[in-house]
Design a protein around this ligand. Structure first.
Ligand code: ACO
Length: 424
């Protein structure tokens, strides 16, 4: 008993000795949660891995990839730069960027058997299901996919998978396995946009904006989908199995699927004058406003600010980019979204709940003529870089299979009635 008392005193002394107040508060919250609830709902605040890929400062609203601000990377750097950075920890030299772009282009075609499967898929399948199934199918032609402990192979496989990602969507959308044959692309972002909107991909200003959006989505620490990728990877399942799981996780409306739901919500509201009533009705019924709230940010999501301030004014005020996709209906939705933001900030701001990246991104994609059901696949086309970086990192750490425990809340052991007396 005295040993226990000493341990408890030791825990107290250690907590007291932590100089970093924020960290001290985190540890206290973890201990209190355990004492009060006996488990950690949603694993909130529980660190399960050491990672070097990205960092979120949720108090100040700063997201960094390998130490660089995501918003600055979006403004000044390319998809290839950010992919290289996430995988290799440093930005590429010009020749390294060029080499990566060439590797993407050389590897973008998918195996004919996989392409045929994609063409045969039911048109009513949600594109996120198609993407997930497509990734799993890519494992077929990769004979060494189950060898997951070779760093060099993991890096090469990641590049090959990223290169083929847009093709899954492009083949499914066009029903044509050769949808991009005979076309040259200057950058990978141009190819990705081509897979969604060939006409727009010919205009540099649209490719640039699309690329910014992809980079803003490239990574975000241990979010639900990245956790899925790492959890599946921790069982030493293949990259394809891990990324396919991550895609399924991202499809959920509480995660990446929110961008599609936001546009549906805006369409449900008739005019800016109806917004207050809509929000209050939702809040009274304890329903969520889509594109709002975040587990980590206690302030405005920096990615959302970037889209709101740098992209939307260009599209909706028509200053630089000719926004052909901005119809009267979409212009009205933008106005509804602006009013919605105002009301959300008023009602939920005091609870430190703010719009997240999904609140604004759909309006940009809509202006690009992309259908809402494809929005989350575009999120995935950015996030694939981060998923791969995390997965490769996970294969390098001293792995312990993810296997948390539970607080059992069911029956104690019961006797089964067996034999003649149990028959009636
Ligand atoms: N609308 C209204 N109230 C909200 C919202 C919202 N969007 N988000 C959180 N709250 C409230 C909850 O009702 C709850 O209130 P209470 O304490 O009075 O019960 C409190 O804030 C905490 O909410 P939780 O859902 O417990 O917070 P959690 O950290 O578990 O969830 C999440 C975060 C899932 C993002 C949540 O805010 C949400 O469901 N948002 C809507 C969906 C969405 O936009 N998802 C995209 C997230 S960003 C991304 O994945 C890229």
């Amino acid at each position: 008993m005295s040993d226990k008392k000493e341990t408890i005193k030791d825990i107290y002394d250690r907590l007291q000795g932590i100089e970093d107040e924020e960290l001290q508060e985190k540890y206290i919250t973890i201990i209190l949660t355990l004492l009060e609830k006996g488990y950690f709902p949603g694993l909130a605040g529980i660190p399960v891995v050491k990672s070097r890929v990205s960092k979120v400062d949720g108090e100040n609203g700063v997201l960094t990839y390998r130490g660089y601000k995501a918003t600055e990377l979006a403004q000044h750097y390319s998809y290839e730069d950010v992919c290289f950075l996430l995988l290799h920890e440093d930005l590429p030299l010009p020749e390294e960027r060029e080499k990566l772009c060439k590797r993407f282009m050389d590897n973008k075609e998918i195996d004919p058997s996989v392409a045929r499967t994609l063409v045969a898929m039911d048109d009513n399948l949600h594109p996120m299901n198609v993407l997930s199934a497509g990734v799993l199918n890519l494992q077929g032609p990769d004979k060494t996919a189950r060898e997951v402990l070779d760093y060099n192979q993991n890096m090469k496989r990641s590049i090959r998978l990223i290169a083929k990602f847009p093709s899954i969507i492009g083949v499914f959308r066009s029903n044509d396995p050769d949808y991009a044959s005979g076309r040259d692309f200057d950058t990978f972002a141009e190819y990705i946009l081509y897979s969604f909107n060939p006409e727009l991909s010919e205009k540099k200003e649209w490719v640039d904006m699309f690329e910014e959006l992809l980079i803003l989505h490239a990574d975000h620490t241990l979010n639900n989908s990245t956790f899925s990728a790492r959890a599946v990877g921790s069982a030493q399942a293949s990259l394809y199995s891990s990324i396919s799981s991550a895609i399924n996780s991202l499809s959920g409306p509480l995660h990446g699927g929110a961008n599609e739901r936001v546009i549906e919500m805006l369409a449900d509201i008739d005019s800016p004058a109806d917004v207050e009533k809509y929000v209050d009705h939702k809040l009274e019924r304890k329903e969520k406003i889509m594109g709002v709230g975040h587990r980590v940010y206690k302030t405005y999501d920096p990615r959302a600010i970037y889209i709101k301030e740098n992209m939307l004014p260009v599209l909706f005020n028509g200053k630089e980019v000719k926004a052909s996709g901005v119809t009267e209906e979409l212009q009205e939705q933008y106005e509804i979204a602006q009013k919605l933001e105002e009301v959300v900030l008023d009602r939920l701001g005091p609870k430190r709940i703010y719009p997240n990246v999904d609140f604004w991104s759909g309006l940009v994609l809509r202006a690009m003529g992309i259908e809402p059901s494809f929005f989350t696949t575009i999120f995935a086309l950015g996030r694939i870089m981060g998923w791969c970086a995390h997965w490769v990192e996970h294969m390098e750490v001293t792995n312990k299979i993810y296997r948390p425990t539970q607080l059992y809340d069911g029956f104690e052991e019961r006797e089964l009635l067996v034999g003649p007396e149990s028959e009636n």
